[in-house]
Design a protein around this ligand. Structure first.
Ligand SMILES: NC(=O)c1ccc[n+]([C@@H]2O[C@H](COP(=O)([O-])OP(=O)(O)OC[C@H]3O[C@@H](n4cnc5c(N)ncnc54)[C@H](O)[C@@H]3O)[C@@H](O)[C@H]2O)c1
Length: 268
């Protein structure tokens, strides 16, 4: 028995890093997984890996900063598998600059990828989460089971972080969105929660290479690593396990919370 048997889950930004680990972990626990990413090739690799391990998955490649792209992902999940039970909002990247150097283009990019994606996907999912539960209430008095939405904030969405005004503004907003939606959707037994990762080894936190937007300078990496009480950086699987717990029936009475997964990083 898997903890997500019979569930259909969409995971955004699942071609790499935390999203990839979440898609693989969910499949391991019996979920059918729709693997979204803006980059089709890594998404296809994840689907192949899931299938190789005996699971069920499809690729839904799309840029979900656009509402039409997000709607297409949700619709492809429902047309492939007939339903949607779980939405993991994970896609996000950094576009760092000190605030006085942050152009409108860089500000918008950070807000779009880290906040608009959450609105786009979650709004597009409403007919298949809220409306379906509403119909069940009309027919049988209560929703058949708990449906789940998780968001991905960040510890810096709570503490702030120099050089990340766009990212931290979006990640802070994700926390209030989580709490508001938990209250709006509770009557439909849709649990809405967030994880707030600390420092997790992915391409976002890799040593910065010349000419790229992603990554962080070595000095900052080393400083961040020194603040982690558990003595090691997070692994994508650590965050995947938090999404898994929140999306499993073990967390049916947990909604509107933000779980820091930081190894007791200072300030978290
Ligand atoms: N790595 C960390 O330390 C850390 C800490 C806190 C929060 N987070 C958050 O965790 C989430 C995952 O980050 P990660 O570290 O795994 O990064 P990552 O770069 O390894 O993976 C992010 C994935 O999202 C995809 N993506 C980017 N833009 C997209 C778009 N418009 N539409 C669809 N997919 C898109 C990318 O192609 C990539 O595969 C993000 O929301 C990030 O902000 C990460």
């Amino acid at each position: 028995m898997g903890r997500l048997d019979d569930r259909v889950a969409v995971v955004t930004g699942a071609g790499r890093g935390i999203g990839r680990a979440t898609a693989l972990r969910f499949a391991e626990e019996g979920a059918t997984v729709v693997v979204n990413d803006i980059d089709p090739d890594p998404a296809a690799d994840v689907v192949e890996e899931i299938k190789k391990n005996g699971g069920r998955a499809v690729v839904a490649a799309a840029d979900i900063t656009e509402f039409a792209g997000a709607k297409g992902v949700i619709e492809s999940a429902v047309s492939a598998f007939g339903r949607l039970d779980i939405l993991v909002n994970n896609a996000g990247i950094t576009r760092d600059k000190t605030f006085h150097n942050m152009t409108p283009e860089i500000w918008d990019a950070g807000i779009k990828i880290n906040l608009y994606t959450a609105y786009n996907m979650t709004h597009a999912a409403m007919p298949f989460l809220r409306e379906v539960a509403k119909k069940e209430i009309a027919e049988r008095g209560e929703p058949a089971y708990h449906r789940k939405i998780t968001f991905t904030s960040s510890v810096v969405g709570i503490t702030g972080n120099p050089g990340q005004a766009n990212y931290t503004a979006a990640k802070g907003a994700i926390i209030s969105l989580t709490k508001t939606l938990a209250r709006e959707l509770g009557a439909f037994r849709i649990n809405v929660n967030a994880v707030a990762p600390g420092f997790v080894e992915t391409r976002l936190t890799a040593a910065k290479k010349e000419g790229t937007d992603l990554g962080i300078p070595d000095a900052l990496r080393n400083m961040a690593l020194m603040t982690i009480a558990l003595g090691r950086p997070g692994r994508p699987e650590d965050i995947a396990n938090a999404h898994l717990f929140l999306c499993s029936s073990e967390a049916d009475y947990i909604s509107g919370v933000v779980i820091p997964v930081t190894g007791a990083q200072l300030g978290s």
